[in-house]
Design a protein around this ligand. Structure first.
Ligand code: AMP
Length: 400
């Protein structure tokens, strides 16, 4: 039986998974990638080989009530029935919030679950969904160890000052501080700096995770010093549908003068703002690029996105005391050459210059300057979860 682990990333109506084996290698090897979508409605299952060839699909009518529990057990059965030479040794879960308690991934037990549930009010749109498959798996397949891997943990060693808000103590004592997110992505970037350019592994790097969610992280010697997301994943850069940093008084204005409830204001800031809100068109950068030549609002959305990246990168360069490298990653960072070119142009005062041909070709190195240098590195959060899960279960085994 080949030891195999599953990485899960659960959303409100989706369950994304990747299946890994070769757990004794430095990096576990991904075998299948797939997802369940439309859970609670018309659910679909699709799984592909690492090579992207679809190996199985299924679809259910809305009346069949396919939910997260059905999906998880369907996946376990799929692995057992159709790939029965494998032994499921662990499940690694993406969990958005580890709070103050968790600076590293953790083997899930009753106490861990109880603590993680107390963090749901800090990330109400993500944490409950992330915890749901943990509860299901503990009930339905209690013999399989579960490991929680956190988006916040990578930023855990930032200084108190870097994570503080200037708020009264009684509010700060309730955990109101900057946490930072996208930590699994930055962990991956930090782990490949040595191979990318050894000078960056020990140097001052700004990593730009530019996807539907977007943030920047200042890395010094591969360690997070500061990041643009704060108490929640709403802070910092404008995103696909999230507003990024705004004056907190805007919320009071929406509540008092515009008659929004707190829930309505939250929905506007999380789901109707950012690229979508400014363009009035789409949260998808591909659509905005296509429409920009004839649509001023699409151009404005892109211009604001780029402007804010440049401004916030300047702030992180100040924290680092200079910059040796700039890394682009995630959907926009990896694929949108025009965004990368505009950001590099806005940072020309650092000595950064673009290699246009390399940028158009997608990198990996897109700067003509040796230092600072700019790179495109595709992120791989699932691999980080697989590494962490493997390491946690190995450590637990050795400590018994
Ligand atoms: P992610 O959240 O990392 O999956 O990134 C999603 C974002 O990446 C969306 O705004 C997409 O429009 C953008 N994206 C994906 N592929 C491309 C592409 N080829 N060109 C420009 N943007 C892209």
């Amino acid at each position: 039986m080949r030891p195999t682990l599953v990485v899960l990333n659960a959303g409100s109506s989706s369950l994304k998974f990747q299946v890994f084996d070769r757990l004794d290698d430095v990096d576990p090897k991904v075998v299948w990638k797939g997802q369940y979508e439309g859970l609670g409605q018309r659910a679909r299952f699709r799984v592909a080989r690492d090579t992207a060839a679809i190996v199985d699909e299924a679809q259910w009518a809305a009346e069949e009530g396919v939910d997260h529990e059905f999906a998880l057990m369907h996946l376990v059965t799929w692995l057992q029935q159709y790939r029965n030479e494998r032994k499921l040794v662990a499940i690694g879960h993406r969990v958005v919030h580890g709070g103050d308690a968790y600076a590293a991934p953790v083997l899930v037990d009753d106490e861990v679950v109880a603590r993680l549930e107390t963090l749901s009010p800090l990330a109400p749109l993500h944490q409950p969904h992330n915890l749901q498959p943990i509860a299901i798996a503990r009930r339905r397949i209690p013999d399989v160890p579960q490991v929680a891997c956190f988006d916040t943990a990578f930023h855990h060693n930032q200084t108190e000052i870097a994570t503080m808000y200037a708020l009264p103590k009684d509010i700060r004592d309730r955990g109101v501080r900057r946490y930072g997110f996208h930590g699994l992505s930055y962990d991956y970037i930090a782990s490949v700096l040595e191979d990318t350019d050894p000078r960056l592994a020990s140097g001052r790097v700004v990593a730009a995770h530019l996807g539907n969610g977007a943030s920047l992280c200042a890395l010094s010697g591969g360690v997070s010093l500061a990041t643009t997301m704060g108490f929640s994943a709403l802070d910092g850069l404008p995103m696909g549908t999230r507003c990024g940093a705004i004056d907190a008084s805007v919320v009071f204005y929406m509540l008092r003068e515009m008659g929004h409830t707190a829930e309505e204001a939250e929905r506007v800031l999380y789901t109707q703002s950012g690229l979508l809100g400014v363009s009035g068109l789409s949260n998808d950068m591909r659509t905005l690029r296509r429409e920009a030549p004839s649509n001023a609002d699409a151009r404005k959305a892109i211009d604001l996105f780029v402007y804010r990246i440049i401004r916030e990168t300047g702030s992180l360069i100040a924290v680092l005391g200079g910059i040796d490298g700039l890394i682009f990653t995630a959907g926009i960072g990896e694929n949108d050459a025009a965004t990368r070119a505009a950001v590099v142009a806005g940072l020309s005062w650092t000595g950064l210059t673009l290699d246009e041909a390399a940028n158009t070709a997608g990198g990996p190195r897109i700067s003509s300057s040796a230092s600072p240098s700019a790179w495109v590195i595709p992120t791989n959060e699932e691999l980080v979860i697989a590494r962490q899960t493997r390491d946690v279960i190995n450590a637990a085994r050795h400590s018994v």
